[in-house]
Design a protein. Structure first.
Length: 701
């Protein structure tokens, strides 16, 4: 209850020291902290409270408010163990203004010994009404002595994990804030300018956030609008922009083999296509072709909405590399998508001597070894794969182009490892990179996360495509939807039914794919129905997807394993069950599996009531537009950049305090600051080391 006394600190703390250097922190606590993405002492200090408790003043029992937290102090006038349905300890306090009961369901014999009649007890907890009297259940408490002082600061409450108490956080953070050594190394130039701009320095900002005074504006703090937070937000965005500039600079220091091709050959490649490129495709390909012809490595992001034809651009780009006798690596996030890309590339190059191979984790060891040998000897020209491409034993003979599909699903070290496998003459020569995403990226994030990449966009869909009609339907109309499925299949069209989970969950009421499959087979005995989910073996998934593609399966029940890249033009109806459980981006990706042919396609968002406010917003957005970029902007507003980009699963930088959507107005100011105050190498180093976990982790390519 008092200010927690500071412990002795060692004299060698630095921002990058492991949490294991803290007294009392062993492997067990370290592993728990890692779940919160906390590895270093700097991470600990940048782990901010999500709320505050006011323990700075004692409140008379009479003045405490129900359903509010309060700090009280009173004498013990009774205590007793009671056994009703469950054993409990009840302690009664009196402070001259009123009486309150303390209820403990979990207690120890030592607690009983500490509770003596007349002893003065100080408690903090939420006041509730129980049996017509004020009650605190399991309050924090301490016996009052002469030196028992109330807190002088608001008490922070931190997000935590089981086994790490709030007291642990408060004690550790206060002791680190009291330390004055290399932990808070500062830059005398740019840091002073930022200090003056916000009227607070870095250490003072941390202290104000972790230990705010009782008269501070709590709302400003919690909304991160206080000058302490604004200063840290500005600095983190500054570090982020600096890191991206460093990536571009480092990329320009490397060399790449120019991949040149004559116009006649380009025209011949395009002529092989069964259609004419759209204006958007033609523009994107022209930009890529220009990049490939340079002696600096291409680092280009190709954005296109679902069904916009990005794969064709990848095929043409790969053809240029092949014409220059280079190998091409195609990275996909799932084996299902890798298999489909393999088939598309194999079909395109079927009349040539180009060998396309598929390298995925589910292959037998003998097959993997054979493919690895073919890659090393340059007998394999185009290699399509998943994480398997990152294995140490894989060595490319002469890798000229890397195509990464759905790049936000791969971490930086995975992507960079392919650069290092290029088989080039020198380490300074790296392959060109084409990064594709079917997840439209909001302009806000493009200007923030991807400034180190050149960007191409395909904004037009191929000719003949009709806009998908989307409806949101309550689960009460399930029978009507099943009847509609039967009508679609009678017209020789195919249907997806997407479920949220593979197995039932106590926490999520989503219908399991297995149960849905069995129920639909019973209701639709005349249809051929397939089931695909992530727990199937790769060859089983491949067989089912091939059967669906061939039209042998009318209705495919699936989990989100079909979210990205699956292309079945004859599929014209998608039912997404428990649609309220999916994010906007995922709903849009799923919907994009239909509408790939000339027929009119439909998407049914089947939802369970009642709907939350956010669920209603998502379903309304899906009904009102099919524009992926518009949906991405809405998704950003609802969920924030971390969720939109999938940063919890990927290697993208996770911002600790800034929020690109909320703090977008800061970005032009950060850019102006950098133009007016260019940072030297040492300053860049200090800035980036403060905000990134490892000294070399400047940005995520």
């Amino acid at each position: 209850m008092n200010n927690i006394p500071q412990r002795d600190v060692i004299q060698s703390y630095t921002w990058f020291d492991s949490v294991l250097t803290l007294k009392g922190v062993g492997e067990s606590i370290s592993e728990k902290l890692a779940k919160l993405d906390i590895v270093t002492l700097g991470d600990v200090l940048l782990h901010f409270p999500y709320r505050y408790q006011d323990r700075t003043r004692l409140v008379p029992i009479r003045d405490t408010l129900l359903e509010n937290e309060a700090l009280i102090q009173g004498s013990i006038i009774s205590y007793q163990e009671v056994t009703n349905k469950r054993k409990q300890l009840i302690v009664t306090l009196e402070d001259g203004s009123g009486i309150i009961r303390l209820v403990f369901f979990h207690y120890y014999a030592n607690m009983l010994k500490s509770f003596k009649l007349g002893a003065l007890l100080r408690c903090f907890g939420e006041v509730k009404l129980f049996q017509k009297g004020k009650t605190m259940v399991h309050p924090e408490y301490q016996l009052v002595t002469e030196d028992s002082l109330v807190d002088s600061h608001l008490c922070p409450v931190y997000a935590s994990v089981s086994g790490i108490s709030q007291n642990w956080w408060r004690k550790i953070i206060r002791s680190l804030l009291a330390y004055r050594g290399d932990l808070f190394a500062q830059d005398p130039v740019w840091e002073k300018i930022i200090d003056e701009r916000f009227g607070i320095d870095f250490l003072a900002a941390l202290e104000k956030i972790h230990l705010p005074s009782p008269d501070c504006d709590k709302l400003l703090l919690l909304e991160r609008k206080d000058n302490a937070y604004q200063r840290l937000i500005f600095e983190e965005l500054l570090a982020h922009r600096t890191s991206l500039a460093r990536v571009r600079e480092i990329n320009h220091q490397h060399c790449a083999t120019p991949l040149l091709i004559e116009k006649e050959k380009i025209d011949a490649l395009k002529a092989q296509l069964p259609f004419t490129l759209t204006a958007g495709q033609a523009q994107a390909f022209a930009e890529i072709q220009s990049d490939l012809a340079k002696d600096k490595p291409m680092l280009r992001l190709l954005q296109g909405d679902v069904g916009s034809g990005k794969t064709v651009i990848a095929l043409l780009s790969a053809s240029i590399a092949i014409e220059n006798n280079k190998q091409v690596a195609i990275m996909a996030p799932t084996e299902v998508l890798a298999g489909q890309l393999f088939q598309q590339f194999q079909h395109y190059f079927v009349a040539s001597e180009v060998k396309v191979v598929l390298l995925v984790g589910s292959l037998k060891e003998k097959q993997k070894k054979q493919i690895c040998d073919e890659i090393k000897e340059h007998h394999a020209h185009i290699i399509v794969g998943t994480h398997a491409l990152f294995q140490d034993r894989i060595h490319f003979a002469d890798l000229g182009l890397v195509v990464i599909d759905e790049q936000h699903r791969f971490g930086v070290h995975q992507r960079l490892s392919l650069n290092q496998k290029g088989g080039q003459e020198t380490a300074m020569t790296v392959p060109h990179q084409l990064i594709m995403t079917a997840t439209p990226i909001p302009r806000t994030l493009c200007m923030s996360y991807y400034t180190h990449l050149d960007t191409s966009q395909i904004l037009t869909l191929p000719q003949g495509r009709k806009s998908i009609q989307t409806v949101a339907v309550s689960n009460q109309k399930r029978d009507e939807i099943i009847a509609r499925i039967e009508r679609h299949c009678e017209q020789n069209e195919q249907v997806y039914w997407v479920c949220a989970l593979v197995d039932e969950s106590e926490h999520l009421e989503a219908q399991a794919a297995n149960d849905t499959y069995l129920a639909l087979k019973q209701r639709l005995p005349n249809l051929s129905i397939g089931l695909v989910h992530g727990k199937l073996k790769a060859n089983e998934k491949e067989a089912i997807m091939n059967a669906f593609y061939a039209g042998e399966i009318h209705l495919l029940v699936a989990t989100t394993v079909i979210e990205v890249g699956v292309n079945v033009p004859n599929a014209t109806l998608m039912v997404i069950e428990n649609a309220e459980r999916f994010g906007l981006s995922q709903l849009h990706q799923l919907r994009g599996r239909v509408g790939r042919g000339a027929q009119q396609s439909y998407c049914v968002l089947l939802y369970q009531t009642p709907l939350s406010h956010f669920a209603k917003e998502r379903l309304m957005t899906m009904r009102s537009t099919t524009d992926g970029f518009e949906i991405a902007e809405k998704d950003l507003q609802l969920r924030g950049p971390g969720e939109v980009l999938g940063t919890r699963q990927s290697g993208l930088q996770q911002l600790k305090v800034a929020h690109f959507a909320r703090d977008f107005a800061q970005i032009p100011k950060v850019n102006q600051f950098l133009s007016e105050h260019p940072l030297g190498i040492a300053s860049q180093q200090l800035l980036m080391e403060r905000w990134f976990k490892r000294k070399t982790e400047y940005a995520k390519v």
